[in-house]
Design a protein around this ligand. Structure first.
Ligand SMILES: [Zn+2]
Length: 317
């Protein structure tokens, strides 16, 4: 790219790769204490800290991150034609001009959307994003993303450089819909984990990146909403076991483990499973018949009616 120092491009490429890696580990809720210290770069560290608004790392010539706090609801930020995200900037921010200059040079940014409030805020990352244009009267930047920046792939550097202004409208819309879905999921996860004490309700594992918010009634069913009462905090293993019906939950929130099914998955005779697969015993069969570890407050527990629908298999697609 003409007029852009090589080091600036290198820094941004490193930032996008770093964000892709954070997303791989933490999904759409990266804790501030993981995000803000940034990443090593040329013997120093590029910080990604920004309490709000626009941030320029000291190693760079241009701003790198744009941050939206929880106070600004995302739905207000989608543009009318659903092809860009509206980002309202502060009149006092001297970095606004830097964003404009960088975008005129074709540089991309990291967009951070707060999905969990203080004291331990978490962020969804969309990177790279492009500033397609702005409106000085309303002080709005119009951001767009590549489908790749909202998927699980680290972006190709050439793609990043070329795609900014040539992306077809329908691809922009697809990318935005994915961002919207990711925000919905991140919100659901935050609510469910907070309600259910941030640990797996089967085994009590509390390593946050390994704990999911599972839907009791799956999303594909019209009753499969993102309400807390349709959510279960489950570790990756128990989530998978729940999705494959090895582990089932009855309407009274008691765990049932299907030993026969598990033996079939292990390609073992039912009477050989306990002898030959101690991990299956320890991690699954030992939980059979136990109640889920749930809070007493019914507003924080899965709705027994939704548990019943799932238990009885009365689900539509
Ligand atoms: Zn678990």
């Amino acid at each position: 790219m003409e007029g852009v120092p090589a080091e600036e491009l290198e820094l941004r490429e490193a930032a996008f790769a770093h964000c892709a890696e954070l997303r791989r580990v933490w999904g759409d809720s990266v804790p501030a204490k993981v995000l803000w210290p940034g990443f090593p770069f040329r013997g120093g560290r590029v910080r990604l800290y920004s309490v709000q608004g626009i941030h320029k790392p000291k190693q760079g010539e241009f701003p790198l991150t744009l941050l939206t706090t929880l106070a600004s609801p995302y739905h207000d930020e989608l543009s009318q034609d659903q092809t860009s995200i509206r980002y309202d900037y502060s009149p006092r921010d001297y970095l606004n001009d830097g964003v404009k200059r960088a975008s005129e040079l074709g540089l991309a940014f990291v967009y951070q959307v707060q999905v969990k409030p203080k004291p331990d805020p978490e962020y969804l990352l969309v990177s790279p994003v492009f500033v397609d244009g702005w409106d000085d009267r309303t002080r709005t930047f119009f951001l767009s993303a590549l489908p790749e920046s909202v998927a699980d792939l680290p972006p190709e550097p050439e793609l990043v450089a070329d795609a900014a202004h040539s992306l077809p409208e329908h691809e922009k819309r697809t990318a935005l819909r994915l961002v919207e879905q990711r925000l919905g999921q991140a919100g659901f996860r935050k609510e469910v984990l907070a309600a259910q004490r941030n640990r797996c309700t089967v085994c009590e594992l509390r390593a946050r990146p390994l704990v999911d918010a599972a839907h009791v009634v799956p999303h594909a069913d019209p009753r499969g909403t993102n309400e807390v009462r349709n959510g279960l905090a489950l570790c990756a293993l128990h989530h998978r076991a729940f999705d494959t019906d090895v582990l089932r939950i009855d309407p009274d929130a008691v765990v049932h483990v299907d030993e026969e099914r598990l033996a079939k998955f292990a390609a073992l005779a039912p009477d050989a499973l306990r002898r030959r697969d101690p991990a299956a015993v320890h991690q699954l069969l030992d939980h059979h018949g136990r109640p889920l570890r749930l809070p007493k407050d019914p507003r924080k527990r899965p709705d027994p009616e939704l548990l019943r629908l799932r238990w009885e298999g009365r689900l539509g697609a």
